[in-house]
Structure formats: C-alpha cells, structure tokens
Ligand binder design. Structure first.
Ligand code: BES
Ligand code: ZN
Length: 453
C-alpha cells in the first residue's frame, strides 16, 4: 500500500487520535492548566514515537515544555522543520459554545472543539502523514525535525531563547507551519506574509483610592473617562492610527503586489456576514484584504475598571485599564511600536491622571520567498490534494516564529495551512472542517514526496 492509500484507509484512526488530543485542555495562559500542558506535551511525544520518530522528547523551558522530535532517514536529502503549537486559547465565554469545548463533537463534516483548527488539528496532519510513511515505506522520504511549542497563544516567551540555544538541533532546509487558513474548502492558499504584533497593557490612575461618586463626581477626573478619551484619539476619522511616527517604517505596497492582492477571490458580503457586521471600517484607500493583511492595525482587546458586577454601585474608581494590540507590517518592529505608543499615551494623558504602560509581548512581521524549490513542491502538493492551484495570500494574524526562523536559523517557511476563515479561531464553537483535515494529511504526504524529488 502507498502512504496516501494508507492514510485514506486509516482516516478513522486519525480522527480518533485528534479527538484524544482535543480532550486535553491545554490552555497555556491559565496557570491552573499547567498539568494539562504537561499532559498534552507527553501525549504528543508518545504519538510521535508511535508514528515512528526514533527520537521524540519533552524538553523543559522556563515556561511550558517544547516537544521535539527528529527522524533523519536520508542523509543527503532535504530536512524540514515542522513547527506547530499544542496550546490553545481559553474557551470562554463558555455559555456561547453549542458543544463542550473540550469534548470534541462531530457535526456533519465539522469537528467542534477548542484547538481543533488552531492548532492541534493542523499540527496533527504532520504526525499522521509520518505514520503513513512509516507503515508503508518504513520511513518518510525526507528528513524531519519537529518543534511543537506550548506558549504560542501567550506570546511564545520561551521560544526565541530555545531556538537560539538549540540551533544545531533545529538546522533544516526549510520550515513548514500548518497554523493558518485557506480561502474556502475548495480553494487552497499559501500565506506569504504575516503581520507582527506588539501587545501592551495601560493603567490609568486617578484618585489614590475609590471614591463615592456622589461626594466627588464632577470635581475629580474619572480615570475611565480619561482612558476612554485617550483611546478614542488613537484613530482618526479614516481609521488611520494617530501615533506620531507610527507609519514611518511601514513599507509601501508596490503596485504589483497590490494587483496580486486584488486578484484574491473575495466575497464582500460573505465576509461581512462572517464578521457579523453590516459595514466595514478602516482606511478608505485600502481594500479589506489590504487592511487586514498588509496594513497595520491597532485594537483594544479589553477595557475595564470600576464596578462591573450585577446591580449598581456608585463609585468613582481609582483606576482604569486597557489591553491593546498593534498588528505590524514590514518593516515595523514590536519594541519600537511600543515605545511610540507609550510616549504618545503619556503625551496625551490629561494632567489629572497618571499613566503606566507595560509591554506584554511582541513578534515581528514576516514575508517569505515564493520562488524556492520547497515552495514549488508545496504548490504542487496542494494542487494534487485539493484539485485546485493554491493562491498566494497575506494574513493578518501573527506567527512570530516565522521571522525568528529567518533571523536565527536563516531559513524560509512554507505556511501550509488547512483552516477555514469561519473556523471560529479564538472564539466559541471553534471547529475544523474534517475534509480539510484529510486533505491536509494528503497535502503533507505529497509535499514530502515532491520535496524528496
Ligand atoms: N493560528 C493563529 C495565527 C493565524 C490566524 C494565522 C489566522 C492565520 C490566520 C495563531 O495561533 C495566533 O492566533 N497567533 C496569535 C499570536 C500572538 C498571541 C503572538 C495572534 O495572531 O493573535
Ligand atoms: Zn495558531
């Protein structure tokens, strides 16, 4: 039997294993899930060993462990470095899930569960593909190293130090990352550009302690008002970010690239419906595809302060907070973007309050080469598995490791995603479209075959 037939014949097994993986609530950002993180890492190592990797281990970091594996059956042939993440986003708000987030549930062609698409299902296509090679040909046709981290959803604090420390372990000709999306279930896509990110928290302090809003309201500046005004001023009426210097390092889009982006199939109404909005917003001179993939953005991820429990409490709070993320494009840099916003927030803060700004995490934007031999193998693999040529796209999400691979290991990445735009990433009712799972496994198998030549 060949590996493709093996994978097709064993799809039920691949599904059962993915369901097992999804039952582990590996939420990296919540301390109470630390044991689940260990469990998920151990489970993944065991699956890698079962798939044939002679070496697979859980390697400790300062945070959650990294799962590393390698199989080098063919000295002289290319080595790929497969990256993915076994951690998931928190499942809240729980009451909006139609099925329990950590009880994977199949409805029609979709598998619902936290992490199904981002990223356990996509990551697992690689494990399954290797197993198909092992069971049929004895070994995969190329050399493979795996780097699966457990902190992607919380800014990957331990990853850069790990990469810097283990360069020989990670040496490869190309990296492969399945943690993204295609256009729709019949139209594959390869991401060649990702936005970077700079994430921060702002704290605005007014009075030294909470005050009675009757006793002081009208004469003491409420920090929530001050923060709201500051935030409201971060964009102009055209959706352009007002932070001085913010656009200085933004690379202009050349006409040729704009023409390419304009050719990406885009159904505006479907997009509006998916987003659940009646109108788009943002820079009028750029298309929605450009606004979300090739232009920077600034979003408040959360804002809080004062009394937010049921009922009423008349308080003039001492503090107000916001979490803000900035999505960055080449050649913006996360620390520099942070410096600019910190300076700006302090400059625009009224004298009645004080402002503290804290950097939480960041990652660089990346653009990858589209003309390499591995990229050509990936294009052929998608075309064979999906029956349609993949389209090159840019994405608005961030996978900071891509820039890290370029800088530290000197390698390019193939973004071999299998998710769909309506997979509800980071939201209730996350799902993975199962035909994409199986076509994903097929794409990975063919990619390795084409790359081996
Ligand atoms: N898989 C996503 C990134 C992604 C989303 C790629 C949509 C393509 C399409 C990834 O897990 C993610 O969410 N990353 C975070 C990174 C951040 C925490 C540094 C993100 O983009 O918010
Ligand atoms: Zn992801």
């Amino acid at each position: 039997m060949n590996p493709l037939d093996y994978a097709r014949a064993h799809s039920a097994e691949a599904l059962a294993e993915l369901e097992e993986f999804l039952r582990i609530p590996s939420i990296s950002t919540q301390a109470e899930h630390k044991p689940d993180m260990e469990r998920a890492a151990g489970w993944l190592r065991d699956q890698l060993l079962a798939a044939g990797f002679p070496r697979a281990e859980v390697m400790p970091t300062a945070g959650h462990p990294i799962v590393y594996a390698e199989w080098q059956p063919h000295p002289g042939r290319p080595t790929i470095l497969v990256y993915g993440h076994y951690d998931v986003q928190p499942a809240d708000p729980l009451d909006l899930w139609r099925t329990p987030p950590f009880e994977p549930t199949r409805i029609g062609d979709d598998l619902f569960g936290r992490g199904s698409s981002d990223d356990k299902g996509q990551l697992y296509t690689h494990v399954t593909a290797v197993k198909a090679f092992k069971e049929t040909l004895g070994a995969p046709p190329v050399n493979i190293r795996c780097l699966f981290e457990g902190e992607e959803e919380s800014g990957s604090p331990s990853l850069a130090p790990f990469i810097q420390k283990h360069k020989e372990l990670l040496a490869a000709d190309v990296a492969v990352v399945s943690d993204g999306q295609i256009i729709d279930k019949e139209t594959p896509a390869i991401v060649y550009g990702l936005r970077g990110i700079s994430y921060l928290e702002v704290k605005v302090t007014g009075p030294a302690g909470d005050l009675h809003s009757g006793g002081y309201g009208g004469a003491v500046h409420n920090p929530i008002h001050a923060l709201s005004t500051m935030i409201a001023g971060l964009h102009d009426a055209n959706g352009r970010i007002t932070i001085p210097g913010f656009y200085d390092s933004v690379r202009d889009l050349d006409p040729q690239e704009r023409a390419g982006l304009a050719r990406i199939p885009f159904d505006r109404d479907a997009w509006l419906q998916q987003a659940g909005v009646s109108q788009a917003w943002g820079e009028p001179d750029y298309s929605i595809i450009e606004r979300t993939g090739a232009r920077p953005a600034l979003d408040v991820n959360g804002i809080w302060g004062g009394y937010i429990e049921p009922g009423a409490k008349t308080v003039l709070p001492s503090k107000a907070y916001a979490k803000i993320s900035m999505r960055l494009v080449p050649d913006q840099e996360p620390q520099e973007a942070f410096r600019l916003i910190e300076q700006h927030l302090k400059a625009i803060a009224p004298k009645t309050v004080s402002v503290e700004v804290q950097y939480l995490h960041g990652g660089n934007p990346a653009i990858v080469r589209r003309d390499s031999a591995p990229m050509k193998a990936a294009v052929r693999a998608y075309a064979a598995a999906f029956g349609a040529e993949p389209i090159f796209v840019r994405t608005g999400g961030s996978i900071p490791v891509i820039a890290e691979f370029q800088k530290e290991l000197g390698i390019e990445t193939i973004l071999m995603g299998f998710g769909l735009p309506d997979d509800n990433l980071h939201a209730p009712n996350e799902k993975f479209h199962l035909p994409n799972y199986f076509r994903g496994i097929e794409t990975v198998i063919r990619f390795q075959e084409f790359l081996a030549g």
